[in-house]
Design a protein around this ligand. Structure first.
Ligand code: 6GU
Length: 420
């Protein structure tokens, strides 16, 4: 299976049975996927399906998004606005006519106003551990942001460190415990209003300032969608000559950036907030690409240390750096351009940064396809003509043409992208 062929879409009424099974499986009942189904399970599925078909319950198809492959649903996620939670919860549970095996009255509220609450997410057993749940979570976080709800929250079993790590990687942080379904759960919360923050550490801040104060990056900062701070490492040295580098031990050529200014700067930042990643730009790092940009853009706070001269004292890389990244197989004079490239790629996919939400997603590389050609007026310039189909106004033909072009160009120019 290629995870890029997965489509995420809102559920519809006809998905209600799939939603019902997902909700049951999320409560630990994988028997819903057995063939043949046990009679009593079948009856429960039917009952819960009738609940999921309603629009005024927690587990409504309306609150659900679906992941599908070739038109077949393989995973679902149910999430809702926590406003009026109590009332909707009471209605939902009153519809279960069988006794529940936990005491609803002892249950604390799972969510409240101001939260977009991810109630449950379930992937069919044969599709688990392939990143599908993460895709659904990302789509759901986007939806919470679009709805303008300040927090996205969810509960995780405290004994499931893997799930917790996944949520943390998406920006969720621990926010207390709640007692529900007869057990204590860890509450996790993601702030949708606090913008992502990028701190860039460099000995050449001028090199970045122009770039950051232009066009889309400047607008994103003004709109409060991202905060970018540039730190001059010379401000962090205790050396009276403001030196930040020194000769290498062992006597080879070139200079090496010293530990102290870098360590002091990172330490002072980490005192203020938690950082998800401390990135070092270096030609021998892991190659930067679109999936890496996507994953960085889901983080809350990151530090980028720009490499320089011959390199940095290796102890910094051993003790402080969490990821080493290169932007390609060539050597630059410093890491500033690499940091700029990465920052640009990360920021432009933050929702709201590019006016047209669609455009960042329909880019080259987002679906492993190069983008189709685009044209604008006039339709005929010096006899150079725009393809007929684009002037036809026929939406379906135009989308088909674009897809054909994208595939043809990828086959011709970047066949390596189609390999998997
Ligand atoms: Cl991240 N730094 C430098 N100095 N050169 C590079 C690079 C980084 N990526 C490609 N070349």
């Amino acid at each position: 299976m290629n995870i890029d062929t997965i489509k995420i879409r809102p559920a519809n009424f006809d998905d209600s049975e799939f939603v019902a099974k997902s909700v049951m499986a999320a409560l630990g009942n994988d028997e819903v996927y057995a063939v043949p189904l046990k009679k009593e399970i079948k009856a429960t599925i039917e009952k819960i399906t009738s609940i999921c078909q309603r629009e005024d319950v927690l587990y409504s198809w309306k609150n659900t998004i679906i992941a599908e492959i070739d038109g077949k649903p393989i995973a679902s996620l149910t999430a809702y606005d926590g406003t009026n939670y109590k009332e909707i919860k009471e209605r939902t549970f009153s519809l279960f006519d069988e006794p529940l095996d936990f005491d609803v009255d002892l249950m604390q509220d799972e969510t409240r106003e101001g939260e977009y609450y991810i109630d449950s997410a379930t992937v069919l057993p044969e599709y688990r551990n392939q990143g599908i749940g993460k895709k659904l979570l990302i789509a759901s976080i986007e939806k919470g942001k679009e709805l303008g709800i300040p927090h996205v929250t969810l509960l995780v079993n405290p004994h499931n460190p893997k799930a917790k790590r996944l949520y943390r990687s998406l920006g969720f942080r621990e926010a207390g415990e709640v007692y529900v379904f007869g057990e204590y759960y860890q509450r996790m919360k993601l702030d949708t209003t606090e913008p992502m923050r990028i701190d860039i550490l460099t000995v050449l801040p001028e090199m970045l300032e122009g770039f950051l104060n232009c066009s889309i990056l400047a607008r994103a900062q003004k709109k409060g969608l991202v905060e970018i701070h540039v730190h001059n490492l010379r401000d962090w040295t205790l050396d009276k000559h403001k030196r930040v580098d020194d000769y290498p031990y062992g006597g080879c050529a070139g200079m090496v950036m010293q530990c102290e200014p870098i360590d002091r700067c990172i330490e002072s930042l980490q005192k203020e907030r938690e950082y998800d990643e401390v990135i070092f730009t270096t030609p021998d790092g892991e190659q930067f690409d679109q999936p890496m940009a996507n994953s960085f853009s889901m983080k809350k706070n990151i530090i980028i240390l720009c490499g320089h001269f011959k390199g940095v004292d290796y102890r910094i890389r051993e003790h402080l750096i969490t990821k080493e990244v290169s932007i390609g197989d060539y050597v630059l004079t410093g890491g500033e351009l690499a940091a700029a490239v990465m920052t640009d790629a990360i920021v432009r996919i933050i929702p709201g940064v590019i006016g047209d939400e669609q455009s960042a997603l329909s880019d080259s590389f987002q679906d492993n396809l190069l983008a189709p050609p685009v044209y604008t007026r006039p339709a005929n310039y010096k006899g150079w003509k725009v393809p007929e189909v684009l002037l036809s106004g026929h939406e379906k033909n135009i989308r088909n043409w674009e897809l054909e072009q994208a595939i043809e160009r990828t086959k011709r120019l970047r066949p390596d992208l189609l390999k998997n």
